[in-house]
Design a protein around this ligand. Sequence first.
Ligand code: NAD
Ligand code: ZN
Ligand code: ZN
Length: 358
Amino acid sequence: MKALLLSKYKHLDVADLPAPIAGPGEVLVRVAACGICGSDVHGYDGSSGRRIPPIVMGHEAAGIVAAVGEGVTGYRAGDRVTFDSTVYCGECEFCRRGEVNLCDRRQVVGVSCGDYRRAGAFAEYVTVPERILYRLPDGLSFSDAAMLEAVSVAIHAVRVADIQGGETALVIGAGMIGLLILQAAKASGCARVFVTDVDATRLEMARALGADAVIDSSRESLTAAIHQLTAGRGVDVALEAVGRPETVVAAIDCTRKGGTVALVGNISPEVTIPLQKVVTRQIRLQGSCASAGEYPQAMQWMAEGKIKVAPLITAVAPLEEGPSWFARLYAREPNLMKVVLDPRSGHGAGGSQEVAPA
Ligand SMILES: NC(=O)c1ccc[n+]([C@@H]2O[C@H](COP(=O)([O-])OP(=O)(O)OC[C@H]3O[C@@H](n4cnc5c(N)ncnc54)[C@H](O)[C@@H]3O)[C@@H](O)[C@H]2O)c1
Ligand SMILES: [Zn+2]
Ligand SMILES: [Zn+2]
């Protein structure tokens, strides 16, 4: 089969590899779409240590069941599916509680990190355990379905932030994740959602996707703007989707007494926090990792139009264009958001389709 192989750091080949075979409890999926994740781009040069070559990356995928292994009962060839990026064991203490993102034996599709190596979906075929599969609704395209992982991350953040409805929220960062958190917060019933970034183009997208106010913190004081928007009180919930020291501090500064800061961004491994403010204002700091069963909710809100992903997809391109798209993403070319690769032969041939002006 055709696969995009990271044969050494910063080097991808379109290689011919043996197709995998579905073992007991596994399903062979013919991949129709797989999104390039920020974590793939960080893995590509070796900086994260999570994509040790040789590895076929790719964990944001959708496709069609090609074959099922022994003991698989819930799916058969021809089913349209997606799967969780997390391969969880289903048996440990955390899995039994439904916290599959915290599984003791957690693996991620398309990752090799020393402890394990698991082939991903930048390939014509991939095998995954049946328990991580989800059936796709008919109306959901494969390229939109490749966004389900990111949408689930956003919904998980809103869920662990304990948003009940009626809150005022601030989303810090209008990137892929922040723009989805904005929509998930709105879908969850937040009364007002503000979004901040340092990039005016991203803030325009936030406004178009329903932000009640946007604040360009490269031009104006974020804390002063939030002070004004909340009559001096601060927001009930701040959702941090950048992951830098200054944005984590800003999240704390903008949150009301007794409010919640949900920490999703993780660019900096360490940040310094204003301890006195957190303690005396009794602010809850809540980490959020991946997702734990939010895929069905993500599909429902996408079907209902409450979460729109099309504006976030920059291009759908054939697998052969993978090396050049990785290079462009790695070079941080401005205004690139999600790039989805389609490994099916003949699909997307003749060049990529730029689907959003981004
Ligand atoms: N916790 C999880 O499960 C999880 C999952 C996916 C991504 N992430 C993390 O979420 C973060 C966002 O991911 P993404 O894919 O949206 O990235 P992205 O690059 O698409 O977006 C980041 C945004 O932050 C903005 N930004 C940068 N510096 C800023 C500043 N000082 N103030 C305000 N905005 C600023 C950028 O302009 C950009 O719009 C990353 O740290 C990523 O690692 C976490
Ligand atoms: Zn991802
Ligand atoms: Zn487990």
